[in-house]
Design a protein around this ligand. Structure first.
Ligand code: ADP
Ligand code: MG
Length: 220
């Protein structure tokens, strides 16, 4: 369960977030979409507890944070990366957790992280976010570097997780297919929260067109 109430974040003069409020139920999948600079990454960092808001309240419990750029050690193997992050995460049984993550991701443990395909690197990145078995998983543009087939596999993998998932994406079609609800963020303001079907109501041939029409209607 995530509860966000009127959060604000400023970087100097720049208001990265203004009065953002929403909730997410257990197991819900939320897609955060919006133009570059809208505040999507800032919002996820605040949910992750990696950044403190200047105002408002956040209740998210333990979260797994998967940043856009994987913080992997290229010279270490998949298993060595998992073991290292499991120790940092202070998980109780490192060996069992690493084994569970290898099974979950269907990755071999022996390959060097630096030689993984983009799709497998992203799976490892997500596995690291899942090490502490968090009830909430936060993914920042998880599919940005993936080809269409890798994307399908990523979403099948994420879709099978029991966690509440909040992700950002530039691909509106992905929000339509893989989210229960969509949050539209523009210029630090949350302009829309609803189902993809409700957003679709803003017209156009598809959700992307509806999204663009929606932003235009709201002066963006
Ligand atoms: N560390 C930072 N220092 C100063 N400004 C920042 C910092 N991080 C983000 N911003 C600014 O805050 C706004 C929101 O950024 P961000 O959350 O990264 O947006 P998005 O992920 O939607 O592209 C942008 O105007 C960005 O330039
Ligand atoms: Mg971002």
């Amino acid at each position: 369960m995530i509860h966000v109430s009127a959060i604000a974040k400023r970087y100097g003069e720049r208001e990265a977030l203004r009065g953002v409020s929403f909730t997410a139920a257990p197991g819900e999948r939320l897609a955060v979409i919006g133009p570059n600079g809208a505040g999507k990454t800032t919002l996820l960092q605040i949910l992750a507890g990696a950044l403190a808001p200047d105002g408002g309240e956040v209740t998210a419990g333990p979260t797994g944070w998967v940043p856009q750029r994987p913080a992997l050690y290229g010279k270490l193997t998949v298993a060595e990366n998992l073991r290292l992050f499991a120790r940092l995460e202070r998980v109780a049984d490192v060996d069992a957790t690493v084994a569970a993550m290898l099974e979950l991701t269907a990755l071999g443990g022996g390959e060097e992280a630096g030689t993984l395909s983009g799709g497998n690197r992203q799976r490892l990145n997500i596995a690291i976010g899942l090490l502490g078995d968090p009830p909430v998983l936060l993914l920042d543009e998880p599919s940005a570097a993936l080809d269409p087939r890798q994307r399908e596999r990523l979403w099948a993998f994420v879709g099978a997780l029991p966690a509440t998932v909040v992700y950002t994406t530039h691909d509106v079609g992905e929000a339509e297919r893989y989210a229960d609800r969509v949050l539209v963020l523009a210029d630090g303001e949350l302009l829309f929260t609803g189902t993809p079907t409700e957003l679709r109501g803003f017209g156009g041939a598809d959700l992307e067109a509806a999204f663009v029409a929606f932003l235009h209607e709201h002066g963006h």
